[in-house]
Ligand binder design. Structure first.
Ligand SMILES: [Zn+2]
Length: 325
């Protein structure tokens, strides 16, 4: 049986169980935290304990795995996640590599690469492959999948280079990809087109945030390439309310697409986008944006809409297992 890398080490894919395919533990930029957070809005011990409590609570609902696409640009810091994972014994956390940028390339890659000042093979691809095959820094933890972004500005020079490096790392290692997309500009089409040209196996691609769209033609066009639709922002009603997200999934199940969808919230225990006001901001604007909304509210609503237990199993268990196999 194939194994998948998690924060605590390799796990048999058969043991992944119910899997939420896009959840963050923390979104906290290291430079923000180290310069403005400590002594102000960041209390390390409080936040670690809070994460342990929230993750144990979702494990108690039956979730066995969360897939965490927190990469450079979102504040990936594996030692903190290792500390938390050690206290959440019933939940696997799957780490990622890649770069989260809507526009620009990090300056650290600007002058290195094919045809650049330091003429060399694409250093991003080298770094991603190292994360996937050797491990992330000195943590001993290997990333299990790749993450990039195609947002409303489409393939800017920076985004295109990052996405091509992600595709190359996929071709070299077989690691699957999750791409953040903008469903309102339908940027999933652009992402899949670029991946196809780079020789990516599109059945190993999750189109992140596809579930923000209720346009069945767009969603079926993506899924018909073999790619997986990330119905992954449950609780973010400002992009698409839960009732509509549920109706769209039910309609796609009816058309035979249950094996092309995965479920998640894109939630986090803490995000620094709101500084210290995170808990209040979420409570006021998106009270259902939490790891257990799917089990508490969405699964009953899906069943009521005619989605079968077998189809729910596909989206929560079988499709994630196939993606990592
Ligand atoms: Zn996310």
């Amino acid at each position: 049986m194939p194994t998948v890398s998690t924060i605590r080490g390799p796990v048999d894919v058969e043991a992944l169980g119910q899997t939420l395919m896009h959840e963050h533990v923390f979104v906290v930029a290291t430079e923000h935290l180290e310069n403005y957070g400590r002594g102000a809005w960041w209390d390390e011990e409080f936040r670690v304990a809070d994460a342990i409590r929230k993750l144990n609570a979702v494990a108690a609902k039956g979730v066995r795995t969360i897939v965490d696409p927190t990469v450079w640009g979102l504040g990936r810091y594996i030692p903190r996640i290792q500390r938390i994972a050690a206290e959440v014994p019933d939940l696997h956390i799957i780490p990622a590599t890649g770069i989260y940028s809507y526009d620009e390339l990090p300056h650290q890659y600007e002058h290195r690469g094919p045809g650049l000042v330091l003429d060399m093979p694409e250093p991003m691809a080298e770094d991603f492959v190292r994360d996937l095959t050797v491990g992330i820094a000195d943590t001993g933890v290997k990333a299990a999948f790749l993450k990039c972004v195609v947002e409303q500005n489409g393939l800017t020079a920076g985004v295109e280079r990052i996405c091509r490096a992600v595709a190359q790392a996929h071709v070299r290692t077989g690691a699957p990809i999750t791409v953040h997309t903008n469903s309102f500009t339908q940027s999933g089409v652009i992402a899949l087109d670029l991946f196809a040209k780079e020789g990516v196996d599109l059945t190993k691609v999750v189109i992140g945030h596809a579930g923000d769209s209720n346009d069945l033609d767009y969603l079926m066009r993506l899924a018909d390439t073999g790619a997986i639709l990330g119905m992954d922002r449950f609780g973010l009603d400002l992009y698409n309310p839960t009732a509509q997200r549920v109706a769209t999934i039910a309609a796609l199940c009816e058309r035979g697409y249950a094996d092309r969808m995965v479920l998640s919230h894109d939630a986090a225990c803490f995000m620094d986008y709101f500084g210290g006001a995170w808990d209040d901001a979420v409570g006021a604007t998106a009270p259902n944006w939490r790891y257990d909304h799917i089990h508490d509210d969405v699964l009953p609503a899906l069943r009521e809409s005619g989605v079968t237990a077998e189809q729910i199993d596909r989206m929560l268990v079988f499709n994630p297992r196939r993606y990592f196999s």
